[in-house]
Design a protein around this ligand. Structure first.
Ligand SMILES: C[S@@+](CC[C@H](N)C(=O)[O-])C[C@H]1O[C@@H](n2cnc3c(N)ncnc32)[C@H](O)[C@@H]1O
Length: 245
């Protein structure tokens, strides 16, 4: 059986492809959005990746933990940051924590929409609802699908940290998926690897409907990491604050 794209994409080359998604960005975003987290309550960083958000939460004294599927990124997060082992390996469709364990859940930088059937993506929101306490908060940061579809950069090329990165993007299945194929070449050795990402392009309206269907009420929406208002088709991000009903 061939592996799903999200089982292979988040490995050694991920930090090279996304070097610009760094700790400074996470620090700025949390400075803006920490105000919505439940004070002193446990926080889950769902899809914690290399730990850039989790590290800040732990340093601020939250009883925070991270869950991620990628062994490589989990190991990196433990090596780079002093997380006290506060990570668990798991799939976001079956979050390995008990019902009502968290005051807040964060899901940052497009860590959603990875599954090829909509019911699996919805299952992630159902799981978030399950593991939150009554009134618990979900901070959710997704790509603005309408903007991406309108202003698609179909081909980009850059050099970073000794690698040539050639990225081609297509919108497939009548606007439903963004598929990115990156060819990463080590300039010195010539080694090449292709990394494919396939993201379900849920619009702001789709996300509201999905969250409502799992009894999560959206109370705030912003368009970037500085809490600027969300503008359809213009904002880079869809940042939602939702509460468990
Ligand atoms: C775009 S990265 C974002 C990581 C982190 N939130 C950040 O902002 O740096 C997406 C993350 O989702 C994780 N992931 C992919 N599929 C997953 C799954 N089925 N369950 C849990 N995590 C998954 C990847 O390993 C990766 O760390």
């Amino acid at each position: 059986m061939t592996a799903e794209w999200y089982e292979t994409a988040f490995d050694k080359l991920y930090p090279i492809l996304y070097a610009h998604r760094n700790e400074a960005e996470a620090t700025a975003a949390l400075e803006t959005y920490e105000v919505f987290l439940q004070e002193g309550q446990p926080v889950l960083d769902l899809a914690s990746g290399s730990g850039r958000y989790l590290n800040i939460l732990v340093a601020k004294g939250y009883p925070a933990v991270g869950v991620d599927l990628s062994h490589f990124l989990l190991r990196t997060s433990l090596e780079v940051f002093d997380l006290g082992g506060r990570v668990a390996q798991g799939d976001m469709r079956r979050i390995p924590f008990v019902t009502g364990a968290f005051g807040s859940v964060i899901n940052m930088f497009t860590s959603f929409g990875y599954f090829s059937v909509d019911t699996d993506n919805l299952l992630v929101f159902e799981e978030v609802h399950r593991i939150l306490k009554e009134g618990g908060v979900f901070l959710f940061d997704f790509i603005n699908a309408e903007k991406i579809s309108r202003d698609l950069l179909d081909h980009t090329h850059r050099e970073a940290n000794g690698y040539n990165i050639d990225e081609r993007r297509t919108i497939e299945n009548r606007g439903k998926y963004l598929v990115k194929r990156a060819v990463v070449t080590n300039v010195e050795t010539g080694d090449r690897k292709e990394i494919v990402e396939r993201l379900r392009l849920y619009t702001r309206r789709d996300l509201f409907t999905m969250l409502d269907s799992v009894r999560m009420e959206v109370s705030e929406i912003f368009g970037d990491y500085a809490a600027n208002p969300f503008v359809d088709g213009v904002s880079d991000r869809v940042v939602l604050v939702a509460r468990k009903k």
